[in-house]
Design a protein around this ligand. Structure first.
Ligand SMILES: Cc1cc2nc3c(=O)[nH]c(=O)nc-3n(C[C@H](O)[C@H](O)[C@H](O)COP(=O)(O)OP(=O)(O)OC[C@H]3O[C@@H](n4cnc5c(N)ncnc54)[C@H](O)[C@@H]3O)c2cc1C
Length: 366
């Protein structure tokens, strides 16, 4: 079976790798380079705790989180790339922790290691935390990694498994004939296949619009800062109004804004000031650290903030994997497996109703 994957972000590369592993012939079409967009802009937090444990999103996030230790090991073995998977846990200072209403439910899942930290014990674990912070929740199971390296590792593993990755290759059109996805058109070339997987991140809607099939995916801009972090000031991830994620390779990431700014590729004074202000509230000692870099990226957002995963209704062989919004790195391994199951005609391993593309009522030619 020949599968054409549009988009070489984390979602496209992870799916391509899984598809190749079950014997599909796969081509990835990426108009820039693998991970050029949101997948490199991210902070790499693997933090599934959100609201309740009982939502379909929580089950999806948890399933992906559980795959990560094996994914990291496998990619390291196949590519030699260390993705800087850090499992030291995250500190949520009190105000932020209170917002996370149902953290108690997550505390019932032993592997998350949720505990309350107070006063001296809190400051013993993270000595530079602001002395104003006296209470926090510690989540041992909140992990993070270097997403730039992860997407590269997925791309290299995919290539080693036989995937053809066409970089600098813009897909201008998807071809549907007689109710079936047949091909993609790149500049000057039509490439035929048995299935098309649309994983073009925040740009996915544009290609569906070309088919007359409305898929409402919008960009949500996120701005980030990295401080030079040698010697390290912070050893855990600290997550208040902003998050601080220390990377073993010597940067402290501060993120992120969530803005409705279209595709304006700009880091703004207000964005950076807000991030820094909130970061200093958490750890005042950060004021002295040099700024290493700033950047922004475009999260793919669907109107209910949930991923859009599965077959497009009314078109055989057309599949969509986008809308991962703030959690595309976390959700990449499970997305890749679910898409592989669908495309190869197997039952998806999880309840997926809430993520199906047809939930907004759109159909081909609607
Ligand atoms: C600032 C920021 C922080 C984030 N932090 C986290 C985090 O801590 N944890 C987490 O889990 N998630 C995080 N995210 C979200 C995560 O980055 C995204 O959900 C994820 O990267 C989406 O992956 P993707 O492959 O769908 O999209 P992308 O990475 O954007 O990839 C889509 C690719 O498709 C290509 N493309 C588009 N159109 C075409 C075309 N016509 N032809 C060919 N190629 C095309 C693009 O060039 C791009 O490379 C963050 C995002 C941002 C912006």
């Amino acid at each position: 079976m020949k599968v054409l994957v549009v988009g070489g972000g984390i979602i496209g590369c992870a799916a391509a790798y899984e598809l190749a592993r079950v014997g599909c012939r796969v081509t990835v079409f990426e108009r820039a380079t693998p991970g050029a967009e949101a997948s490199s802009a991210a902070a790499g937090l693997l933090a599934p705790i959100d609201e309740s444990t009982e939502t379909s999103f929580a089950r999806l996030a948890l399933a992906s989180w559980r795959l990560y230790p094996d994914v990291v090991r496998d990619l390291q073995e196949r590519t030699g790339i260390d993705v800087e998977y850090v499992t030291r846990g995250t500190i949520y200072p009190a105000a932020a922790a209170q917002k996370r209403r149902d953290v108690g439910q997550w505390a019932d899942i032993a592997e998350f290691g949720v505990e309350r930290l107070e006063g001296e014990e809190l400051h013993r674990r993270e000595p530079y935390l602001s002395p104003k912070i006296r209470h926090a929740i510690f989540v041992k199971g909140d992990h993070w990694l270097n997403n730039q390296r992860l997407v590269l590792a997925y791309a290299q593993a995919a290539a080693a498994a036989g995937v053809e990755i066409k970089t600098g290759c813009n897909v201008s059109r998807l071809v549907v004939e007689n109710g079936r996805a047949r091909a993609v058109v790149t500049e000057g070339e039509r490439v035929d296949g048995d299935a098309v997987l649309l994983a073009a991140g925040a740009w996915s809607g544009e290609l569906m619009a070309g088919l007359g099939a409305p898929l409402r995916i919008e960009p949500r801009r996120g701005q980030m800062i990295a401080l030079a972090h040698v010697p390290a000031v912070v050893t855990h991830c600290v997550h208040g109004e902003v998050y601080l994620a220390p990377r073993p390779s010597g940067e402290l990431l501060i993120g992120a804004t969530v803005e409705r700014a279209g595709f304006q590729r700009a880091v703004t004074a207000e964005g950076i000031a807000g991030l820094l202000h909130s970061a200093f509230e958490l750890v005042p000692a950060l004021r002295a650290l040099p700024i290493a870099r700033t950047w922004c990226g475009f999260r793919p957002w669907a109107p209910d903030s949930l991923p859009v995963l599965g077959p497009w209704p009314g078109v055989d062989g057309l599949f969509v994997a986008t809308g991962h919004f703030r959690n595309g790195i976390l959700l990449a391994p499970i997305t890749a497996r679910l898409m592989t199951e669908w495309i190869t005609g197997r039952e998806p391993r999880l309840a997926v109703k809430d993520f199906l593309p047809g939930r907004f009522g759109q159909r081909f030619g609607a």
